[in-house]
Structure formats: structure tokens, C-alpha cells
Design a protein. Structure first.
Ligand SMILES: Cc1cc2nc3c(=O)[nH]c(=O)nc-3n(C[C@H](O)[C@H](O)[C@H](O)COP(=O)(O)OP(=O)(O)OC[C@H]3O[C@@H](n4cnc5c(N)ncnc54)[C@H](O)[C@@H]3O)c2cc1C
Length: 393
């Protein structure tokens, strides 16, 4: 049993208040207009000034450069934020998916350099992380973006796609290869800062759901970077450490997906429960059946929460969590869908004319299947962990 400290409880209450007032309405609006809130949205400034509510699993309260890492608190806040709207949760200012990448690869000096920008509260700022490419999604070992050394500089060329928040980011952690023939051994992580010549956003995706944050493709056309933008320095990448670091990143972002899923499933559950209480007859079989269905969903969401907390606790205590991270990632998407479908059934025709909430959740949920490794890929990871299922190069 996890005992939450006073500050965590207080922060969860703050998120609830912000969620009700800002996050849910912003999510519904983004869905309606099919575009995320603009970078100068006043809520982002509130988050930036107030601290505590940032993306990237680094609590602003601890100072964004702090190593006093509180993952359980951050994941619970992630769950609560996604309860109000997962899309907007992912659009919150902060290092985003770049946060875990920096944590796993950067030197202390690099962390300080790239994370300290979030201490400037005059405007909202974002980080991002780009692994996926047109020819390398699930099979990240096949990334083809090239990195070559030229004197004291690194030169990057290639294309990345589906990179969340990259169109508004101050920097993007870009994974590239020094030689595709080296497979995973060739992987390196670089930070590309906004405004670097050759970095160009090509396209912002029109998404079916989770529209509160933007996802973009970008080109790297001979982007020149100082040597110090190679995260961890060259010695870090001996013995395939680059690939291991990128996998360690997924071992944190996969449980975060689960935390988001639990939040979304709870949202559907609560929506349906409110409806049963206010619109169903006080007695009767119909009400009983609906409540039984919701009770089962609540049990499953609780299981999903325990799964992500276990994966996070293992990481926090320095233990391997690849298996538990994949278990958690695999478990939650079907439960979220079950919760949304049950809520739609329970509301009946009211479910499809209720200000888009449930219909939107239905579309929002699909990304939980895809991001940070699809359901099929999680099964491959689990099989490798449990049964020595063969791996490629
Ligand atoms: C909204 C959104 C946001 C994203 N944000 C980011 C981001 O910020 N940064 C980033 O780097 N990426 C991001 N991604 C990319 C995401 O991680 C990839 O989409 C995902 O890894 C799947 O890759 P793919 O789309 O290329 O599908 P593919 O790899 O082409 O897979 C297609 C299908 O084949 C299946 N498949 C593939 N390999 C196997 C296998 N070995 N065994 C069985 N089945 C298999 C898959 O499960 C899937 O069903 C985002 C994606 C979306 C949709």
C-alpha cells in the first residue's frame, strides 16, 4: 500500500481544480476545432508560473533540474491530468518525452543546460523526443537519420515523424545513427534547439483523437550541432549504451501511458455512474446490471494502477522494469475501451449527444494502443523477457 505524502495529496487536489476549470473545457474545444490550444494560451502560463504541473515527469516543485525524482507523485498527477483530458495533459509545458530521454542519457551539466530553460517563467516552453521515422516505428533499431562528425560538430540529416509537441518545442531530443550497419550499436541521442538551421517542421498531423496536443513530422537537412549536444558524450555509447538508454526511456513512458489510460477509464466510469445516479430508476434490474458492470471496470482500473505503480517503483529503486512496463502498457488500453463502451451503453442515446465527452474518449483511447510501442510489440517484448524469444541485430 502506498501512503501518499501531504504535498502529493495537495497537488492532486490542485490538479482536480485546474482540470475542472481549464483542462476538460480546453480538451473539448481542441477536439471540436481539431487543433490544440495555442502556445500563448493563458492556462499554459498559469502552469508555468504556478509550477508543479508540467509534462516530462520532473516536478517543477523540485526544480526542473532536480535529481530528487518523485515518479510516483508525477505518475499519479499524470493519471489525474488525463482524467480531465489526456490530450491537454500531453500538451502541458515542460520537457515532455524529452525529460526521460535526458534523465537516461545526459550528463549532469547537459541536464542543467537543457532543463534550466524551464525555470524561466516568462513564457511556456516545451521539450520533445523524436525516435519514429517513416521507415522505423515499431522497429526502432532501423532508424536511418544519420549523424556524422565534422570537425568539432555533428551533422544530422533525415526525417522524423509523429513527434509530439515538436512544432512548439524549444528543443527536441533526436535519436540518430552513426552507421545503420551497426544496428542498435549505432544509436546516439542529440539535442536540436529551436531555430537551428536545417530543422524544419514539414507537417502537423490531423488526428482522430487526443487532439489537445499536436504531433508533427520534421526534416533535418544537414543540421549542424556543437559536440556538446550529443547527450552523454561519446564515451557514453560504448557497449550499445545508446540503444539501452532509449529502451530505458520507453520503460518509463510505457507506464505513463497506463497512468493516462487509468485516468481516461475513470473519466468514462464516473460519467456513467453520475448518469445512473441521476437518470436511472432508484431500484431495478437495469440499474443493478449497470452498477455491476461499472464495479468490474473499477476493479480492472485499480489493477492497471497497481501495475503502473509497480513498474515505476522498480525504476525508482534502480531495478529492471522492462517486463512490468510492458505488462502495464498491454493491460490498460482494452480496459479503457471497455470503460468507454460500457459508459456509452449505459447512457444509451444520451451517450452520443452529451457534448462529445464519451464519443471523444472513444476516439482519444486509440492512441493508447499505438504510442510507446503497439500492443503487438509489447507482446514481443514480454515474450523476449519471459522465454528468450529471439531478437534481431
Ligand atoms: C499521436 C501520436 C503521437 C506520437 N508521439 C511520438 C513522439 O513524441 N515521439 C516518437 O518518437 N514517436 C511518437 N509516435 C510514434 C509511435 O511511437 C509509433 O506510431 C509506434 O511506435 C508505431 O509505429 P508505426 O506507426 O510506424 O507502426 P508500424 O511499426 O509500421 O506498425 C504497423 C503495425 O504492425 C504491427 N507490428 C510491427 N512490428 C511487429 C512485430 N514485430 N510483431 C507483430 N506486429 C508488429 C504493429 O503492432 C502495428 O499494428 C506517436 C504516434 C502517435 C500516433
Amino acid at each position: 500500500m502506498i501512503e501518499l505524502d501531504h504535498r502529493t495529496m495537495e497537488m492532486l487536489e490542485e490538479v482536480r481544480a485546474l482540470g475542472r476549470e481549464h483542462i476538460r473545457p480546453m480538451g473539448l474545444e481542441a477536439d471540436r476545432t481539431a487543433s490544440p490550444p495555442p502556445v500563448d494560451h493563458p492556462f499554459y502560463l498559469i502552469c508555468t508560473r504556478q509550477g508543479g504541473l508540467v509534462s516530462g515527469m520532473i516536478g517543477a516543485e523540485d526544480g526542473p533540474t532536480s535529481l530528487d525524482w518523485k515518479p510516483v507523485r508525477n505518475f499519479l498527477i499524470g493519471e489525474e491530468t488525463a482524467y480531465w483530458d489526456r490530450g491537454v495533459a500531453l500538451s502541458l509545458p515542460g520537457p515532455g518525452l524529452g525529460g526521460p530521454a535526458l534523465r537516461n542519457t545526459a550528463t549532469p551539466e547537459q541536464r542543467a543546460r537543457f532543463l534550466s530553460i524551464f525555470e524561466d517563467h516568462s513564457r511556456a516552453r516545451w521539450g520533445a523526443m523524436a525516435m519514429t521515422e517513416p521507415g522505423a516505428g515499431s522497429d526502432v533499431a532501423r532508424i536511418a537519420t544519420r549523424a556524422r562528425k565534422d570537425g568539432d560538430e555533428w551533422v544530422l540529416s533525415g526525417q522524423k515523424m509523429f513527434c509530439s509537441n515538436s512544432a512548439r518545442a524549444d528543443w527536441v531530443v533526436v535519436w540518430a545513427t552513426v552507421d545503420p550497419a551497426l544496428g542498435r550499436g549505432g544509436h546516439r541521442a542529440f539535442v536540436v534547439e529551436r531555430g537551428t538551421p536545417g530543422f524544419e517542421i514539414i507537417k502537423v498531423e490531423h488526428k482522430m483523437g487526443s487532439r489537445g496536443y499536436e504531433t508533427a513530422s520534421f526534416a533535418l537537412d544537414d543540421v549542424r550541432l556543437p559536440a556538446d549536444n550529443l547527450l552523454g558524450g561519446e564515451s557514453f555509447y560504448e557497449s550499445r549504451k545508446g540503444f539501452k538508454a532509449s529502451m530505458a526511456t520507453f520503460n518509463m513512458t510505457r507506464p505513463l501511458h497506463t497512468a493516462h489510460g487509468v485516468g481516461m477509464g475513470r473519466a468514462a466510469h464516473d460519467f456513467a455512474l453520475d448518469f445512473v445516479r441521476s437518470d436511472y430508476p432508484a431500484q431495478g434490474r437495469r440499474r443493478q446490471r449497470a452498477l455491476e458492470r461499472l464495479a468490474r471496470i473499477r476493479r480492472r482500473l485499480h489493477t492497471a494502477r497497481l501495475m503502473y505503480l509497480q513498474a515505476v517503483w522498480l525504476a525508482k529503486t534502480g531495478q529492471s522494469n522492462a517486463l512490468e512496463a510492458s505488462y502495464a502498457k498491454m493491460y490498460s488500453p482494452p480496459i479503457v475501451l471497455e470503460a468507454v463502451v460500457a459508459a456509452l451503453d449505459i447512457l444509451g442515446e444520451a451517450g452520443v449527444r452529451n457534448d462529445r465527452m464519451l464519443e471523444k474518449l472513444y476516439r482519444d483511447a486509440k492512441i493508447l494502443d499505438i504510442g510507446e510501442g503497439t500492443q503487438q510489440v509489447q507482446r514481443v517484448v514480454v515474450a523476449r523477457q519471459l522465454f528468450d524469444f529471439p531478437r534481431d541485430a
